[in-house]
Design a protein around this ligand. Structure first.
Ligand code: NAP
Length: 293
């Protein structure tokens, strides 16, 4: 078994991005500017956003963090989105999900200018991704493609099973893995909570990508000998032995399956760091596209 080290792979990618940022800065003095909006007090969301802001600093980006209270209204958030759409200094921005239940996430996503939607969640960007047109590919699926590519994993002709069908991970991932591209060209099966014979389908995967948010759900009997296993799940599970009182668990039971895999991502340190690097890649792309408009 070989570990698919997202920390090491994202470090390569980030070094390349930092180099391009330095070139842009030397050419015109402007650096990419990413803004992030966070609503409420969810601990996990704050950790993710803080990591994104820290990565901006490391790579020479400018960043702006906008924190809104849990009780912020949908109208107030839409107003903030409108301001960011109109602010020419901001190249791209994200609204961290999940949002509080009283705010319609779809309405907020649709309000973001697709040119600044570096998360790639806007219907226009998802539609372009589906058609194989130039766009921002959502950070997590894009990070997984980079991880496969940069670790020399060939995907053409393989059976890829994607577990989970969310709009931000499972659905785009299944489309990307079936595209006529490398990575891609897989025969894809997507499974979800209504799927029957899950075990049998997962155990037939050459590449198994799991994004369900159910800690250690995938056991050894669901993994084919020699499979590539990508674990997207990140769930906080109470653990008194950890300084923060919780451990981050993936959707795959790592210890149970590791000896059957050819490659496997750890949690943490697998898909997570790739997602952040991929967001930076999209922000850089936003700057390059703006220059060409
Ligand atoms: P989500 O929106 O909650 O969707 C979960 C999906 O899993 C749904 O499609 C659901 O099926 C399916 N599902 C749930 N239980 C299942 C089961 N027992 N068998 C088969 N399918 C099942 O999740 P998400 O936003 O994609 O996130 C999934 C996990 O990835 C979470 O732990 C999240 O924190 C993590 N995540 C990590 C990163 C990263 O960068 N590392 C990025 C994004 C998400 P139905 O549609 O039928 O309900």
């Amino acid at each position: 078994m070989q570990l698919l080290d997202g920390k090491a792979t994202s470090a390569q990618l980030k070094a390349e991005i930092a180099e391009k940022v330095a070139e842009i800065k030397a050419a015109n003095g402007k650096v990419p500017h990413l803004a992030a909006v966070i609503v409420g007090d969810d601990g996990g969301s704050h950790t993710y956003v803080n990591n994104k802001v820290r990565t901006c600093e490391q790579l020479g980006f400018e960043s702006t963090l906008i924190t809104l209270p849990e009780e912020c209204t949908e109208e107030e958030l839409l107003q903030k989105v409108d301001e960011l759409n109109k602010n020419d200094d901001i190249d791209g921005f994200i609204v961290q999900v999940p949002l509080p239940a009283h705010i319609d996430e779809d309405k907020v996503t649709e309000a973001i200018n697709p040119d600044k939607d570096v998360d790639g969640f806007h219907p226009q960007n998802l539609g372009r991704m589906m058609l194989g047109l130039p766009t921002y590919i959502s950070a997590t699926p894009n990070g997984i493609l980079e991880l496969l590519k940069r670790n020399g994993i060939t995907t053409s002709g393989k059976h890829c099973v994607v577990v989970g069908r969310s709009n931000i991970v499972g659905t785009p991932m299944s489309i990307l893995m079936s595209r006529n591209a490398e990575p891609g060209n897989c025969t894809v099966t997507m499974v979800h909570s209504r799927t029957q014979n899950m075990q049998e389908i997962c155990a037939s995967a050459d590449i198994l990508i799991v994004a369900i948010g159910k800690p250690e759900f995938i056991k050894a009997d669901m993994v084919k000998e020699g499979a590539v296993v990508i674990d997207v799940g990140t769930t906080r599970v109470p653990d008194a032995s950890k300084p923060k009182g919780f451990a981050l668990k993936g959707d795959v039971d790592f210890e149970d399956v590791k000896d059957k895999c050819s490659f496997i991502t750890p949690v943490p340190g697998g898909v997570g760091p790739m997602t952040i690097a991929s967001l930076m890649q999209n922000t850089l792309l936003a700057v390059e596209r703006k220059a060409n408009r």
